[in-house]
Design a protein around this ligand. Structure first.
Ligand code: SF4
Ligand code: SF4
Length: 109
């Protein structure tokens, strides 16, 4: 059950969560961060440090934000704007650096 970042992160992006993640699986888009569900080890370390309570385990995401469960996955499995293939499982956000683009759901917010 991976953790998920929902709408409150948009345009906040202070990256407190990134500092806590032991497997470096929180990736930076343009206006929001995304947790790679295949790389997240479900430790929960990121959840309490988020100043806007944007992070929760996928089955505990507040009802108004359930679309963000699929959307976090979409960031890695879909083809983002300006790219020719999915990000997949790059093995660490420090390796990729900021991705600089968001999913369509987030870009439209
Ligand atoms: S739950 Fe743990 S592994 Fe998953 S994103 Fe948060 S800090 Fe990283
Ligand atoms: S701590 Fe919360 S607001 Fe800050 S980047 Fe992470 S998810 Fe976004």
């Amino acid at each position: 059950m991976p953790y998920v970042i929902a709408e409150p992160c948009i345009d906040v992006m202070d990256k407190s969560c990134v500092e806590e993640c032991p497997v470096d699986c929180i990736y930076e888009g343009d206006r929001k961060l995304y947790i790679n569900p295949k790389e997240c080890i479900d430790c929960g370390a990121c959840e309490p440090v988020c100043p806007v309570e944007a992070i929760s385990q996928d089955r505990r995401v507040p009802e108004e934000y359930t679309a963000f469960v699929d959307d976090n996955n979409e960031f890695f499995t879909g083809v983002l704007s300006g790219r020719d293939k999915p990000l997949g499982t790059p093995g660490g956000a420090h390796k990729t650096g900021p991705i600089g683009v968001d999913t369509a759901l987030v870009a439209d917010k």
